[in-house]
Design a protein around this ligand. Structure first.
Ligand SMILES: N[C@@H](CCC(=O)N[C@@H](CS)C(=O)NCC(=O)O)C(=O)O
Length: 208
């Protein structure tokens, strides 16, 4: 049964398309466009799942939400390709970054977005939120100074999970060439043929 990805433009679900391209797994993309004013997903996505958020994936008769959980499921289903490295330290780093991407790194990015939308009202909060994000970026820069990928020497699904928060950080969170290891890593991710193929199937994506 072909995997179906309910995909919203410019969103976290780009990572699922990328993983499926890396796995060489056939899939069908059902596209949803953000409202240009509110940037919210269209109501039609609520017909797929009550939260109306992307990604939603249909696989083997199951409907899954939550990027990290979807990634873990698809990795396990493929016999752990791009899954945890065999060494204990690599396996711990893999699990850590798989969860950290949405659990710890996205909240300050979301806060920055909200503060930005508030305009003048949000301005006093901006430095505090930016400092929160900078703590993450400084730590991550140090991590990638010691190894090529987030879980060690091999490219894994943890890298795919980390792509969205780091892309968003570059677009609106001040990530630039002053953190060269993160930029080097982002450029390497974007150069992967499967990443490029996923851009074609996903349509408009502002962060590549
Ligand atoms: N932690 C969830 C977050 C899902 C989520 O908020 N997705 C955003 C896309 S980046 C969305 O669908 N937003 C549409 C909306 O808020 O209307 C995941 O990673 O799947």
């Amino acid at each position: 049964m072909t995997i179906i990805v309910h995909h919203l433009n410019n969103s976290r679900s780009q990572r699922i398309l990328w993983l499926l391209e890396e796995l060489g797994e056939p899939y069908e993309v059902r596209r949803y466009e953000r409202d240009r004013k509110t940037m919210r997903a269209p109501a039609s996505l609520r017909a797929i799942h009550p939260l109306g958020r992307s990604p939603v994936v249909e696989v083997d008769g199951h409907r899954l939400i939550e990027t990290g959980a979807i990634m873990e499921h698809l990795v396990a289903r493929s016999g752990n390709r791009f899954g945890p490295p065999a060494d204990a330290q690599g396996a711990i780093l893999y699990r850590q970054f798989l969860h950290y991407a949405e659990g710890s790194m996205m909240p300050p990015l979301l806060a920055l977005l909200v503060v930005g939308k508030l305009g003048l009202l949000g301005r006093p909060a901006r430095p505090t939120v930016q400092r929160m994000l900078d703590d993450h970026l400084d730590w991550l820069e140090g991590e990638l100074a010691t190894r090529r990928y987030f879980a060690g020497d091999a490219f894994t699904a943890a890298d795919m999970m980390m792509s969205f928060p780091l892309e968003a950080s570059r677009a609106r969170g001040g990530l630039d060439s002053s953190r060269p290891h993160l930029i080097r890593w982002l450029e390497e991710m974007h150069a992967r043929p499967a990443y490029q193929a996923a851009l074609k199937t996903g349509g408009r994506y502002a962060y590549a």
